[in-house]
Design a protein around this ligand. Structure first.
Ligand code: HEC
Ligand code: HEC
Ligand code: HEC
Ligand code: HEC
Ligand code: HEC
Ligand code: HEC
Length: 225
């Protein structure tokens, strides 16, 4: 009762100061559990405290993705389950890129959560691990480590061009590839960053290879033979 009175006094003083109750509502955005009167994040602190918290949770809001009504959450935890575990929920706020020319297959599976935590994590962009490691959760390391190859596509004859670029010269995968989607084939991005240096790439695939016009070196091509 006392806290309720304090709250009312607080709210009234805000109305007095700003002349409108709308201000009061929009200034307190954190989603509150109606039954206990507690903000959700108080009981679920890990969702908002890891080093990298999703900007979508900046105001500690849960309603965009969770149900927050329907009964007593304490006796039935699943009441407040997420509305949808597929990418659909992400597309409420992020662009759907799956109509682009080249799309990374996990996005076609409607799976953002295979790489991103929805709330927060220890890594930038709420990834489950550093980018360097992430690629090799699903791709073979030999893609980069072998100097000669007949298996991989980015090669000139048997010279493994992934080895030359991403191995010997340590160019990050995401300098050339967009992790989600691109208007150029094989997820080749038009603009990338190599460390602090901006890179432009115009890429066309050919039957047995490709042509690259890049800001890093002269226009060139490769052929698998
Ligand atoms: C951007 C969408 C989004 C927002 C906003 C969001 N969640 Fe979630 N939440 C999810 C998704 C997706 C899952 C399912 C994760 C899975 O099953 O891997 C989930 C699962 C959970 C779970 C159960 C599984 C787990 O990871 O422990 C809890 C608890 C939870 N959320 C709490 C919260 C709270 C509290 C808030 C608000 C402070 C919140 N969430 C805001 C998307 C969101
Ligand atoms: C008084 C503490 C408390 C509050 C407030 C609270 N929760 Fe929970 N919640 C729990 C407990 C305890 C569990 C069960 C253990 C767990 O999964 O963390 C739980 C479980 C969950 C789960 C997992 C459900 C599942 O099926 O696995 C979600 C999602 C969730 N809460 C969302 C929310 C949201 C959204 C709010 C605010 C509207 C909220 N919680 C408020 C204590 C709380
Ligand atoms: C309620 C709106 C909302 C929803 C739903 C949402 N996001 Fe976000 N997200 C944002 C905003 C706002 C930003 C910051 C601006 C930006 O990068 O677009 C952001 C940024 C991100 C970032 C970049 C890192 C960061 O936090 O700035 C990632 C990664 C991300 N979101 C993933 C997801 C995934 C995965 C889902 C679905 C589970 C999702 N988002 C659903 C609003 C949302
Ligand atoms: C295969 C792993 C993977 C999948 C699947 C994935 N992402 Fe990402 N995402 C990443 C990586 C890696 C980065 C960091 C990119 C960088 O460093 O340039 C990132 C960055 C982001 C960012 C911030 C930078 C930007 O591009 O705007 C957002 C927002 C984002 N992802 C949303 C999503 C959404 C929404 C989905 C599902 C539709 C999704 N991601 C699926 C790996 C993934
Ligand atoms: C969750 C699994 C997963 C992760 C993580 C992942 N990929 Fe993929 N990726 C796939 C699948 C599946 C394919 C399709 C089969 C193949 O080409 O290996 C693919 C294909 C590709 C392609 C070829 C696309 C084309 O159209 O030819 C590129 C390029 C690529 N991934 C880059 C990356 C990079 C760079 C990373 C790390 C930043 C990464 N992937 C992380 C699953 C993943
Ligand atoms: C210098 C630019 C460049 C860098 C850096 C680069 N790639 Fe590629 N990658 C390409 C090109 C070009 C192709 C298309 C090859 C083809 O099909 O002709 C490709 C194709 C791929 C494919 C499709 C399968 C295959 O056998 O070729 C995958 C998977 C892939 N890259 C992953 C990666 C990963 C992971 C990294 C980082 C370790 C990386 N790439 C770094 C340019 C690059």
């Amino acid at each position: 009762m006392e806290t309720l009175m304090k709250k009312t006094v607080f709210a009234l003083s805000l109305v007095f100061l700003f002349g409108s109750t709308c201000y009061v509502q929009s200034s307190i955005a954190a989603t509150v559990d109606a039954v206990t009167g507690k903000p959700c994040y108080k009981c679920h602190a890990s969702k908002v405290t890891a080093p990298f918290v999703h900007s979508g949770l900046a105001d500690k809001e849960c309603t965009p993705c969770h149900n927050t009504t329907g009964g007593n959450h304490q006796s039935n935890h699943s009441l407040y389950a997420v509305k949808d575990k597929s990418s659909k929920i992400c597309y409420e706020c992020h662009d759907d890129q799956t109509k682009m020319k080249s799309v990374h297959p996990p996005l076609l599976d409607n799976d953002c959560l295979v790489c991103h935590a929805p709330h927060a994590s220890n890594f930038k962009y709420q990834l489950g691990m550093p980018v360097k490691q992430l690629c090799f959760e699903c791709h073979e390391r030999s893609l980069v480590t072998e100097k000669e190859t007949k298996n991989n596509s980015f090669r000139d004859g048997v010279t493994n061009l992934h080895n030359i670029h991403a191995g010997e010269n340590k160019i990050p995968c995401l300098t050339c590839h967009d992790i989600h989607a691109s208007d150029q084939l094989h997820l080749i991005r038009k603009k990338g960053m190599n460390g602090k240096e901006a890179v432009t790439i115009t890429y066309t695939a050919t039957d047995k290879g490709g042509n690259c016009t890049v800001s890093c070196h002269d226009a060139t091509s490769y052929e698998r033979k």
